[in-house]
Design a protein around this ligand. Structure first.
Ligand code: SF4
Ligand code: SF4
Length: 153
């Protein structure tokens, strides 16, 4: 069960179904039992995984260990939309002709924001380098800043 009920601390009305993706992300179940079970049609118009839109993953290049030469790829391997929503950019480290970087790259069109990459990221709080940003335009902007070397956080 991915969804849990909001409590007073969440800022949402008590009982509102919410996802804490670090605790348990959406599994992008092929048959969408949450959509089928919803009695009010609050969840609707979802027939396939790519119809889901919960936001966009953003990677902090400062704290992602893959950006610093450690081979990780955990977020890449767990993504239900592997090689579409997330790919690995293999490249040599800057100024280093021997060692490579295996950098995870989020596809801004294909990522649906399920959060499995966040749930499984190997880095512990408070430095978890991957998060879901609900607003896609804001997420794209943050990613651009990260990639240009300007830390967004
Ligand atoms: S949120 Fe993460 S796991 Fe989910 S589709 Fe996007 S990249 Fe893949
Ligand atoms: S799992 Fe976390 S640390 Fe590993 S590559 Fe993905 S974002 Fe970086």
């Amino acid at each position: 069960m991915c969804l849990k009920a909001a409590n007073d601390a969440s800022g949402k009305a008590a009982g509102t179904p919410i996802l804490d993706v670090r605790e348990q992300a959406c599994r992008l179940c092929e048959d969408f039992p949450c959509v089928n079970a919803c009695p009010t049609d609050a969840l609707r118009d979802i027939e396939k995984r790519t119809d889901v839109d919960m936001g966009l993953a953003v990677i902090n290049t400062e704290t992602c260990i893959a950006m610093h030469g450690m081979r990780c790829e955990v977020c890449y391997r767990v993504c239900p939309l592997i090689d579409k929503a997330i790919t690995i950019d293999y490249r040599l480290r800057e100024g280093d002709s021997i060692h490579s970087i295996f950098a995870p790259i989020i596809d801004e069109e294909a990522c649906v924001g399920c959060g499995l990459c966040v749930e499984r990221c190997v880095v512990s709080e408070p430095e978890v380098p991957i998060k879901i940003v609900r607003d896609r335009a804001q997420a794209i902007e943050e990613t651009k800043r990260q990639q240009s070397g300007e830390n967004a956080d």
